[in-house]
Design a protein around this ligand. Structure first.
Ligand code: AP5
Length: 251
């Protein structure tokens, strides 16, 4: 398949079984960060979004903002998240569509934590096609980046994570602690632990990931749209691996 055909591909049955070199000139409709809880999706997605001035959309962050604002949706999602379960597909997709429609950016989306089920992945396919015009004439396929991390490392990252409730800055007691223990470097606020980072909830999140989200990884693999990277290294090492992918893309 030629690059041109891929870039303007409107046929859902045509997939891209590409090497890195073949991704050249590719302008994806979305970069989808996949991986288990604690893999570094948020850390890396935000970095890519900042580098290329793309909108970073984390469904988890959107939910947490709704919970903080005590909206009806937030109140409904809070208990589900506290237990480490997935929020219902319809609710997530509806909220995401609304969020994206409100963006002043026509191009590539950086998606972090979405899709997490096969239903969401299929919904996203349709959504990206519609977003590319009535006849999908400007459609380009998304690129899914799977960050693979060993279980030991995941537990260290999640148990050590602390966040600033004011500015959202993330820390890690093991890898990136604040200068003063328990205090945000930016604004001096007391750091908090996410309620779903308790050990028993982490175990449930990992189980839910394996059951619901690993099939999403396979979905993109079968379509030839998946790139996997080793996420066990430092933030900079993982970023360098992602940069090798993005360098070949146009945004
Ligand atoms: P969400 O907020 O998306 O949580 P998650 O997917 O479980 O992912 P995390 O945020 O825990 O980890 P991450 O991979 O982003 O890693 P991070 O960069 O933060 O979702 C929360 C909940 O919302 C879900 O459980 C569900 O209930 C609901 N939800 C969300 N989306 C949904 C959807 N689509 N459908 C249904 N429900 C949905 O890093 C983790 C820690 O490690 C940090 O401390 C960081 O500093 C550190 N770190 C990162 N990279 C490195 C590195 N390379 N080396 C050392 N430390 C590192």
């Amino acid at each position: 398949m030629s690059e041109t055909k891929f870039v303007h591909n409107t046929n859902p049955d045509v997939s891209f079984n590409g090497t890195l070199a073949q991704f050249q000139q590719l302008s994806p409709s979305a970069m989808i960060f996949l991986g288990p809880p604690g893999a570094g999706k948020g850390t890396q997605a935000l970095r890519v979004a900042n580098e290329y001035l793309l909108p970073h959309i984390s469904t988890g962050e959107v939910f947490r903002a709704q919970i903080a604002e005590r909206t009806l949706f937030g109140m409904q999602a809070a208990e589900t998240m506290r237990r480490g379960m997935l929020v219902a597909d319809d609710a997530v997709c509806g909220m995401l569509a609304e969020h994206i429609h409100g963006l002043d950016h026509p191009g590539c989306l950086v998606l972090d934590g979405f899709p997490r089920s096969l239903n969401q992945a299929k919904w996203l396919d349709q959504f990206l096609r519609m977003r590319a015009g009535q006849n999908h004439e400007f459609y380009t396929a998304p690129l899914a980046v799977q960050i693979n991390v060993t279980r030991d490392q995941l537990f260290r990252r999640l148990s050590g994570r602390r966040c600033c409730p004011n500015c959202g800055q993330m820390y890690n007691l093991h890898f990136h602690p604040p200068v003063n223990s328990g205090i945000c470097d930016n604004d001096g606020a007391a750091l908090i632990t996410r309620p779903d980072d308790r050990e028993e909830v982490v175990l449930e999140r990992l189980r839910v990931h394996d059951q619901n989200t690993l099939p999403v990884t396979e979905y993109y693999r079968r379509k030839g749209l998946l790139q996997e990277i080793d996420g066990d290294g430092t933030v900079d090492m993982v970023h360098a691996a992602i940069a090798r992918l993005t360098r070949t893309l146009t945004f």
